[in-house]
Design a protein around this ligand. Structure first.
Ligand SMILES: [Zn+2]
Length: 262
């Protein structure tokens, strides 16, 4: 298991920690990316996905650059499945925006948005939690893992002040992950010593949920007129998934079937 949910022994804060080397490597290979922010965003989405309560809930993090020309997007669910993409590898996220969309099975999704200041994914996420969710949090992310700490209601002041010291004095999270030999339990022990208790072990992993049916639904959404044009002019369609780059081809017969049902 690469992810741990823990609580401090006084019940003052909750922790979500993961080492996500495998997931990030898979994503970087698919998207030919070496941008360190990509792994951080995927990891953060995975951790935040585990905070969702409903089995079918979903969450997306969308980091856009200042002129909206590029983005890093990651979507995760409560099972720890994560998918995402990066639109350009040299994207600069200083001064852009972060939008968080939570699909909680209600009529309208929850949407929170903040302006990015630092270009530092960890700090921007902490700002999001504070501003949009009124949830005091600390976020420490490396490209291959990290943690999110959330202060709980009725937290003990002394414990929180000790937590702040611990986080302030802490080595860089990338170094700590290395020191912990990529073991999330070891990572937490290095930082929080005996202050915490493990509640649950989970797995965050790269997984896309695309399918031919979903692609067919995407074809329907372009409208009957455009669909007719594709059938007439191309006689086939080739769609590729944004997230995992799998490609799906549709024959003329299949397209006509989709057209009939549209
Ligand atoms: Zn896919």
């Amino acid at each position: 298991m690469n992810t741990i949910i823990a609580i401090d022994k006084t019940g003052s804060y909750r922790l979500y920690a993961a080492v996500t080397t495998e997931m990030v490597t898979a994503a970087e290979e698919i998207h030919q990316s070496s941008n360190s922010s990509f792994g951080m965003v995927l990891t953060a989405a995975g951790l935040m996905g585990l905070m969702l309560k409903g089995q079918r809930d979903k969450l997306s993090l969308i980091f856009k650059n200042e002129d909206n020309s590029g983005e890093i997007l990651a979507t995760a669910n409560a099972d720890g499945h994560v998918k995402g993409y990066i639109s350009e590898d040299n994207i600069n996220l200083k001064g852009g925006s972060l939008t968080v969309i939570k699909d909680l099975g209600l009529k309208e999704p929850y949407i929170g948005k903040i302006e990015l200041e630092s270009g530092d994914i960890s700090r921007d996420l902490a700002k999001y939690f504070a501003v949009s969710e009124q949830q005091p949090s600390a976020v420490a992310l490396a490209p291959n893992g990290g943690f999110i700490v959330q202060v709980l209601p009725d937290a003990n002041d002394e414990v929180i002040s000790k937590l702040e010291d611990t986080l302030f004095m802490m080595d860089s999270i990338a170094l700590l992950i290395e020191d912990a030999k990529e073991d999330p339990r070891e990572l937490l022990k290095l930082i929080f010593k005996d202050d915490i208790e493990i509640l649950d072990e989970r797995e965050i992993k790269w997984q896309c949920d695309c399918s031919k049916d979903r692609m067919a639904a995407a074809l329907v959404s372009i409208g009957k007129k455009d669909l007719a044009e594709i059938i007439e002019q191309d006689g086939k369609a080739e769609l590729s998934c944004h997230f995992c780059r799998s490609s799906y081809s549709f024959t003329k017969e299949e397209l006509m079937e989709i057209y009939k049902n549209a």
